[in-house]
Design a protein around this ligand. Structure first.
Ligand code: ATP
Ligand code: MG
Length: 507
């Protein structure tokens, strides 16, 4: 599939980038061949997104050279890069859910009538061209519908359609699969293989190693802003890849949570009886013990997030009841939940999670301050101690705890969001896709920290699309499908057993 004998379509050499004197990229290289899928790998903060932004004109490099088909280029905006044939879907997808699909595909560059008609937008052309672009990636949907009415996977494909032009030679996808379930990833991969067949060079960034090996022909590894090497994917076993990313050996732990449980499991912390909400979640019975990790498994849209939001008072139930410590509890809003010692680390980092302009310290202290309310203000010294502890424990890569969090890499922002909720020392921690975008090594460290806290008595409700992670850390697994609970499995169950329950026709 890969044309090693052909000339690279794109070649970067000696790329430097610094922010206020801090080098983030040092002499980085990358070469892309037509008709290949190239994985760009590295730990959180290694410089992957920065390299992509330099390449696509979002950021200006401090040095180095970029050759497109042998010609030196220096795009000064994503639009300029797109005109050169370099199409990009960034890590933070910026689509507008309340615009139609067609509007999203063309926003900012609508085809217009000529001056005789006052340069009005030519909607029939917009709709026709949007349909054509989507057809290229095998998507046949009503382009006049609001984007928000489609699943995330479709939205992701719309982002690709928006990025692709007729002249595209290079397509760059920065963590495109982080919010997709397994089926949807397969659909995306079909599209990528089709585009590769058309001769596109595709750059793919992901922290899911299984996906990297399923789709990539070649792998480039960055570490600490430096180029480590380039390999054919089939010549670089996963262990060697991880070592290249880390610069040291690394053993994937397989210790199962269930072996470490103690008798604390007998104390029921929270119990729901027929808890539900019309149109969002069918009545659910659930028991959560102190010190237990309860995994919630299911496909996207199965109702996991809906249940999490009910338990955190973000939505109000209209059916059933909820007991905490054996007492009926009403959770009308998150403040109620916080008073009961419940914390929710939400799925959407950008909208529900970080406050980009505030510092890492302020972001970490935020939830604890809210829990303490007006009773007590955290002093600067207390906030500093807290932030420094979590920066160290979770390995958050930041210049300082005073750095605005928006300047951290995606994975490091996510770690700070987890830290914020751990800081409240909750009795029940609800984690909705907590390790999305987090690198292999950090993922393991975070899960170990969470298990350690659970062994200390904290209950955890753990939601993840990564089934391997769910079965590895859960003491018990509740399975949801079509917005209802379809069963429970004991800790130690296999991924296949969970999938079998998800796929079962009836209960
Ligand atoms: N605008 C900025 N100002 C200062 N530092 C920045 C800025 N943008 C990125 N950085 C720093 O550059 C480094 C590399 O970040 P980058 O986003 O490229 O990492 P990444 O490899 O994409 O990581 P992740 O896997 O977490 O997405 C990080 O340490 C980050 O804090
Ligand atoms: Mg990134």
């Amino acid at each position: 599939m890969t044309g090693t004998s052909a000339l690279p379509v794109l070649e970067l050499t000696g790329i430097d980038k610094e922010f206020a004197g801090n080098p983030v990229l040092r002499g980085v290289q990358l070469r892309l061949y037509p008709g290949e899928i190239h994985a760009l790998m590295g730990q959180n903060g290694a410089g992957k997104s920065t390299l992509i932004k330099v390449l696509t004109g979002v950021l200006e490099s401090s040095g180095g050279q970029m050759l497109l088909m042998g010609q030196s280029i220096r795009p000064d905006s994503p639009l300029a890069a797109q005109k050169l044939g370099i199409s990009t879907v960034y890590q933070e997808v910026n689509l507008c859910p309340n615009l139609s699909v067609a509007e999203n595909v063309f926003a900012g560059r609508y085809p217009r009538y000529g001056w005789t008609q006052g340069y009005r937008i030519d909607w029939s052309t917009v709709h026709r061209r949007a349909r054509e672009l989507l057809a290229r990636i095998g998507l046949d949907i009503d382009v006049t519908q609001l984007l928000s009415t489609f699943p995330v996977a479709v939205q992701q494909l719309v982002a690709i359609a928006r990025a692709l032009g007729v002249e595209s030679k290079v397509l760059i996808l920065d963590e495109p699969t982080s919010s997709l379930d397994e089926d949807e990833v397969q659909k995306l991969f079909e599209v990528l293989r089709r585009l590769r067949g058309e001769g596109l060079a595709i750059v793919f960034v992901s922290h899911f190693l299984n996906q990297v090996y399923a789709i990539s022909d070649r792998i480039t590894v960055l570490r600490n802003g430096e180029w480590v090497g380039e390999w054919m994917a089939n010549a670089l076993p996963p262990q060697a890849l991880i070592s290249a990313m880390l610069g040291r050996e690394f053993a994937v732990q397989n210790t199962h949570a269930v072996q470490q449980r103690d008798a604390a499991q007998e104390v029921v912390l929270l119990e729901t009886q027929g808890l539900g909400q019309a149109g969002r979640l069918q009545p659910v019975d659930l028991k959560l013990h102190a010190g237990e990790v309860l995994g919630l498994a299911g496909l996207l849209g199965a109702g996991r997030t809906e249940l999490a939001r009910l338990l955190f008072g973000l939505e109000t139930s209209d059916k059933g009841s909820l007991q905490i410590d054996g007492q009926t509890a009403q959770l009308s809003n998150p403040a109620d939940a916080v008073q009961y010692g419940i914390a929710l680390c939400p799925e959407e980092r950008k909208t529900d999670g970080i406050v980009a302009e505030l510092s890492v310290r302020e972001n970490i202290a935020l939830a604890l301050q809210a829990r303490l309310g007006l009773r007590k203000f955290l002093s600067l010294a207390e906030q500093t101690t807290l932030a420094e502890y979590f920066v160290k424990t979770l390995g958050i890569k930041t210049a300082s705890i005073e750095t605005p969090i928006g300047l951290l890499s995606g994975g490091n922002q996510q770690k700070a969001v987890i830290a914020r909720w751990l800081a409240t020392d909750p009795r029940l921690l609800i984690l909705d896709e907590p390790t999305r975008g987090i690198d292999v090594a950090a993922k393991q460290e975070i899960m170990e920290e969470i298990l350690r806290l659970a062994r200390g008595g904290m209950s955890v409700l753990f939601i993840s699309s990564e089934m391997s992670e769910v079965v590895r850390v859960s003491d018990r697994i509740a399975v949801l499908r079509d917005r209802r609970k379809v069963g429970e499995l004991p800790g130690g169950s296999s991924e296949d057993e969970v999938y079998a329950l998800i796929a079962a026709d009836h209960v």
